[in-house]
Design a protein. Sequence first.
Length: 422
Amino acid sequence: MLPLESALNQLKKAADLIKLDTNVLEILKKPNRILQFSIPVRMDNGTMKIFDGYRVQWNNARGPYKGGIRFHPKADLNEVEALSFWMTIKCAAVGIPYGGAKGGVTVDPKVLSQGELERLSRGYANAVREIIGPEKDIPAPDVYTTPQIMAWIMDEYSKFKGYNVPGVVTGKPIEVGGSQGRGVATAQGGFYILEKIVEKLNIDPKKTSVVIQGFGNAGYNMADFCFHAGYKIIGISDSKTAIIDKTGNGFDSHEIIKIKEKKGIVDVCECQEIQCSCQNHAHITNEELLKTECDILILAALENQITKDNVGEIKAKVILELANGPTSSEADEKLFEKGILVVPDVLANAGGVTVSYFEWVQNLANYYWTEVEVFQKLKKIMVENFDEAWKIKEENKTDLRTAVFALALERLALAIKARGVV
Ligand code: NAD
């Protein structure tokens, strides 16, 4: 199932639950604007390559468009549209004054040199410069885009405007207007939600096993938070491999992070310069990792990981979605029937965009907060909106995703109606 199809099924289900005004529903089914373009890049060997780029602005009823840029070989318009729609729901679900957007480039950034990556990023900024800006649309990092890439985009946009515009993107390095805490914000927000789940289900973290798919910004920071809180991390994967613990003690996040940073792969069994206990781990496939018996499965890679094909074999009790769209809408139904609690992306990973919002506020005010202030404000937003969504879930005996969507849709409908659009 294509990501956009899943996304629109989720929309319909929640719209039915709250009897959403049909005109509002029709508006939310379509993006406001799609910009599709090509980016010519001079490669280091003198040849020219043309990359496909996208920016989809879904809805801005609640504020400027907001959403990351993905550099991935499989990025395409359907994926960017779905991600852009989910951003609209997410910003409304946590009550921050933004609409939703997303961008992408079909590229494998791992094979580009730094110079090529910089030229591609600046090319992207030039292609979208008329439609982005602090009051219009504010991009941020997503899969395989980094604070450095955000700094290049900010620099290119600032040259175009003729003055410094830090608020045009978020997720920047601290030195050029980034926020304290933005680097770990997605995982930190997800961890606050995990703490609420643990409280609701009366689980003891120290007796709880965790499997994490994806070991990038979202996944490895989450591994670190879980490790420090005493959870037992029994499985981890990245795009190249998956490892499973054989000792019963779980992985030490520091060891895995060190290896990932050094080798670019979570391959503890092949480490040479770093001491590690290779005999205690086994390699499995990513597909097997998802089916591992565990208490909590954290999805922090890409869309469509749990689908109708493997949902029957999922043994986790709770699924926490740090990735966007990792569970198809068909699989969602089955998980609900099986009594597996899915904590949806549009809430679980909203810490990233929430601290992006804080970064933008700080840029506009040119006044910067401490990390403690950032996390206090983040926690309040995550916890309060979780509580509201949980209440909707309980009252309607529905799944948590539909409840979070319902919360978001009520807010979107109010904004669309207040503007007099319908
Ligand atoms: P990242 O580029 O930092 O890391 C991506 C990770 O996923 C890498 O470890 C990569 O090896 C792994 N991966 C890729 N394909 C995989 C596969 N098939 N199986 C297992 N692992 C695979 O990206 P990120 O920022 O951590 O993003 C991960 C997910 O979280 C995405 O869905 C993204 O949209 C979502 N997300 C990220 C943020 C953020 O602030 N970074 C915010 C909200 C949502």
